[in-house]
Structures are given as structure tokens and as C-alpha cells.
Design a protein around this ligand. Structure first.
Ligand code: NAD
Length: 336
């Protein structure tokens, strides 16, 4: 299969590309390699991919419609996974324009490119942040999610709406995956595990927001990748039971599906930190702080639909996942 994956210099995109190459797919990896975080980490992820047969790199922003269309017509991918986006809740408070450009303009270009190049399935990244002000746990794709609490979340919800329109109007099968706090080797420097590890190893205190009362459905990268691959292989279909008098938000009359992809086992932030301290063999000095704007106190994914439809079954406990991250971090940054 020829798969165009966007965001391949990123954390999830690089890991997904490795998995697709390993099973013999051809991967066209598209990324702008922007400087939202350490570019050398992105380049290092890309270098490992470029060393493999079957990988082609395209360096362009999604917003460049002409170059994006050129990539589609040159390579004719049969399936597309769109992971490129401006990620991060906090940055959206200070740089809203980056989210409009990448997540709205860029995503519209992806939809248009899929429409005009006969793509048979588009899988795209949404986020647990779309649950916003919702508190009924576990979060389900069958709940209404009209109360985002950050612009990042609003753009991810907008992606789901835009995808539905294209599935409805042009019959393009689309599947949105709401990722829940992904962590693991080659992770993102702006996320808690990475920042905590760096600070602890450098002997600096860590900032513990919401006074440590956060609960997160931390999901290990390999479980995420397994779920994305399985989803990619199952082309979205219409729900024959969809009822317009009582519309189910997670499915549609069009070939449109939404799934949560999480660990289904929320963990207290303080427990997460404790496991990290054990793995590092050091205690962290903690700065307890209030919750940040745009944040939510808890996430917990109902993954029943993904289990039923693609056999998704996350298996990695945080004790294993964090140990793997620490081993990678120490090796990559030269700690003994
Ligand atoms: N990691 C998580 O916990 C998590 C949780 C929820 C949702 N997501 C979503 O999953 C996707 C992948 O996340 P990630 O953690 O790998 O993030 P990441 O930032 O590591 O990867 C995103 C990649 O997209 C690229 N990119 C950004 N804007 C672009 C643009 N306009 N054009 C082309 N490339 C662009 C970046 O250079 C980066 O390499 C994102 O859509 C993110 O919003 C991630």
C-alpha cells in the first residue's frame, strides 16, 4: 500500500511510518519540520526513516496548497494519515494563528487533495481535548462535544466537522482518532514526561500543575501506532442505523467514523511522577501550581468502539512505558 503520512518528523508520525514500512507499505512522509520544538530531534527522527527503503520525504507546510497537490499527483497515495498539526494546548493561548494556519487551512487542503486524487481512506488526528468542559467519564465519542476550552481543541473539533462534510458531499471515507496523552521513546519535548525527565536529570524542580490532582489516560506510543494501523486498514463505512432524528455524534449516514484511542486506565499525575522517579532513581523537587488556562483536570477514554471494530487492545502499563522512555532519553542525550 502507498500511504501518505503527514507529520512524519513528529513523535507519532515517525513511529507510525516505521510500523508501516516494517510491514512493507510505501510511505510518503510530509512535514514542514517547523521550529515549535527542537528541530534537531525532528531531523533525527527523519534521518532514521530516510535510512529505510520505501520512505520518501516531502518537506512542505500543509498550507502550501500547490505543493501539497503536487505531492498527491506525483505519488498517488491510496490512503492518507494526517498527523501534521500545531499541537499543544498552552501554545494556543499565545499563538492562535499557528492553529488556524496548520489545523484549519492545512486540514482543508488535505481534504481537497483527498477529494481530487481519489484517496480511499483518510485517517486524521483529533484529540481528547475536544471533550473540553465535559465531565461524564469515561469520555465517549457518542457524547456531544461542543464546549472546547482551548483554541487547539476547537480546531480539532472543527477538523471532525470538516471531515464529515467531505464524507457527506464527496463520499470520502474519513476516520478521526481522538488521541489521549501519548508518551514513549522519541516523545515530544513540550509534554510533561519529557519536561519532568529533563528537569529531574538536570537537578531542577518540576512544575506540578493543578497541585498534582490531574488524572490522565496516558497511552503508550506502540499501542497508539497499533491502533492507527488497524484503523487505516478498516475503511470507514456509513452507519446503517444512523438516525437523523437522534443523531449519533460518533458515526453518520456518510462514511465517517470517530474513535477514542486511549489506554482506558487513567492514572493520577502523582503516581505517574512516582513511577518516573523510580525509573530515574531520583526524587523530584516539586513546585505545586494551580491548573493552567485551557487545561482539563481529567481524561479517560471509552475505547469500546475501537476494540469492537478493529480489535484495539492497549497492553502497555505505565511502569513499562516510562521505563522505555527513560532508557531512550538517557541514551539519546548521553546520560550513563
Ligand atoms: N502526542 C499527543 O499526546 C497527542 C494528543 C492528542 C492529539 N495529538 C495530535 O496528534 C498529531 C501528532 O502529534 P505529535 O505528538 O506527533 O506532535 P508533533 O508536534 O511531534 O508532530 C507534528 C508534526 O507536524 C509538523 N507540522 C506542524 N504544522 C505543520 C504544517 N502546517 N504543515 C506540515 N507539517 C506540520 C511538525 O513539524 C511536526 O513534526 C497532532 O495532530 C496532534 O495534535 C497528539
Amino acid at each position: 500500500m502507498k500511504v501518505l503520512v503527514t507529520g512524519t518528523a513528529g513523535f507519532i508520525g515517525a513511529a507510525l511510518a516505521h510500523a508501516l514500512l516494517a510491514r512493507g507499505d510505501e510511505v510518503i512522509g510530509l512535514d514542514s519540520v517547523n521550529d515549535y520544538y527542537d528541530v534537531s530531534l525532528k531531523e533525527a527522527r527523519l534521518a532514521r526513516l530516510k535510512a529505510k527503503r520505501g520512505f520518501t520525504e516531502i518537506r512542505t507546510p500543509l498550507e502550501n496548497r500547490e505543493r501539497l497537490f503536487q505531492a498527491f499527483s506525483d505519488h498517488r497515495p491510496s490512503r492518507v494519515v494526517n498527523l501534521a498539526a500545531q499541537a499543544g494546548v498552552r501554545y494556543s493561548l499565545t499563538h492562535p494563528e499557528a492553529y488556524i494556519d496548520a489545523n484549519l487551512v492545512g486540514f482543508c487542503n488535505i481534504l481537497e487533495a483527498c477529494r481530487h486524487h481519489g484517496v480511499e481512506h483518510l485517517v486524521y488526528a483529533s484529540s481528547s481535548s475536544v471533550y473540553g468542559a465535559n465531565t461524564a467519564m469515561p469520555f465517549s465519542v457518542h457524547q456531544n462535544v461542543d464546549h472546547p476550552v482551548s483554541l487547539y481543541a476547537a480546531t480539532k473539533k472543527a477538523n471532525e466537522l470538516m471531515a464529515h462534510t467531505y464524507s457527506h458531499l464527496y463520499g470520502i471515507p474519513t476516520t478521526g482518532l481522538r488521541f489521549f496523552t501519548v508518551y514513549g521513546p522519541w516523545g515530544r519535548p513540550d509534554m510533561a514526561l519529557f519536561m519532568f525527565t529533563k528537569s529531574i536529570l538536570e537537578g531542577r524542580p518540576i512544575n506540578v500543575f493543578n497541585f498534582g490532582r490531574h488524572r490522565r489516560d496516558f497511552t503508550y506510543i506502540d499501542d497508539i501506532v497499533e491502533g492507527v494501523v488497524r484503523t487505516l486498514d478498516r475503511i470507514a463505512t456509513p452507519n446503517p442505523d444512523w438516525n437523523s432524528d437522534c443523531p449519533d455524534p460518533g458515526t453518520a449516514k456518510a462514511p465517517y467514523r470517530l474513535y477514542n484511542i486511549g489506554n482506558n486506565q487513567p492514572v493520577e499525575l502523582m503516581r505517574f511522577i512516582e513511577v518516573l522517579e523510580d525509573c530515574l532513581g531520583r526524587r523530584a523537587e516539586k513546585n505545586y501550581l494551580p491548573m493552567q488556562d485551557g487545561d482539563v483536570p481529567a481524561t479517560y477514554a471509552d475505547v469500546d468502539d475501537l476494540m469492537r471494530d478493529v480489535g484495539y487492545a492497549p497492553t502497555t502499563p505505565i511502569e513499562t512505558g516510562i521505563a522505555n522512555f527513560v532508557a531512550w532519553y538517557k541514551g539519546y542525550y548521553g546520560y550513563s
